[in-house]
Design a protein around this ligand. Sequence first.
Ligand code: ZN
Length: 338
Amino acid sequence: MIRGYFYQPSSSRVQEAVARLSGNRVAIYTGDECLRETMQDTLSVSAHLPGQASELTFTDGARFVPLDVTHRWSFQSGKSSLLASLESNLVLIVCALVATPVLLYALLFKLVPEIAVTAVEAMPDAVVEQMGQQSMVLIERAALSPSELSAEQQQAVRDLWQDTLAQLDLSADKYRIDVYRSDHFGANAFALPHGQVVVTDELALLLAEHPNALRAILLHEIGHVERMHSVRLASQAAVASIAIAMLIGDMDIVAEVVLGSGSALMDLQFSQNMEWEADNYALVQLARLGYSGEDFAQALESLVSLDEDEEHSWLKYLSTHPSLQERIEHARTHTPAL
Ligand SMILES: [Zn+2]
């Protein structure tokens, strides 16, 4: 006599019951009432899993689940299922424990960046344009106000920009510059993925006497755009979130990621490798156009001195960059191969 629970077919009704075996017949009783009686070979028996009761299913869908999870039916095949042997195999369990983080690592740090790079290459210009414009709207609202420089001062920045673009043979349709006042960014410059570069009043004033130093900073920003750094980062973040969402099974995240990637750009911090890439782009172009790495070193040094004068937010910008002294050293000693 085996005690357990009886489940009526396609119903959530549960009854306490006992199963009686006699010969090759199985009968289920609750009290004196016989609920089912059938031949053993018409029953299906669930797979043997450690810690799980072996339940009987009748042809009409009714089920009997023994209370004792270790109970095994005498008429059940002696061989336990493949699944059960996998679950009770210690070596396999340890392997799975080790393999899961390895697979996760491979997925997030190897596969995701590769998919992201492919996605960037396939990214239509219109999407990049949209991403950049939306980010600019957010940044402008949150951190920028109209320039307070004189018309001449602003024009000097624009002339320098046009001159640099012309020398680089870059399209003036794609690349544009804007000057803004910003308490948030301080003396700073940044580039948006679609080619818009922003220079703050403070940076323009700081380097007003050293146009080639400002040119070096502009080249660094153009380097970020040419190498598609922000698109790469946004796409990596998006692909990683989608991969995690698929693992966890919450696809709502996907919509959020796709819609939210624009605002993520605002807090964008380039990786150190990307900063070196942008620096090297600037150094190669300076050399090619007949200027020198010294111009870039000077720009960086001006920012250091500014930082000593007052507690300035340029620090924020620099904190995401490689060590400033390292970069100044690199700008002075690196001779790009042309
Ligand atoms: Zn940078």
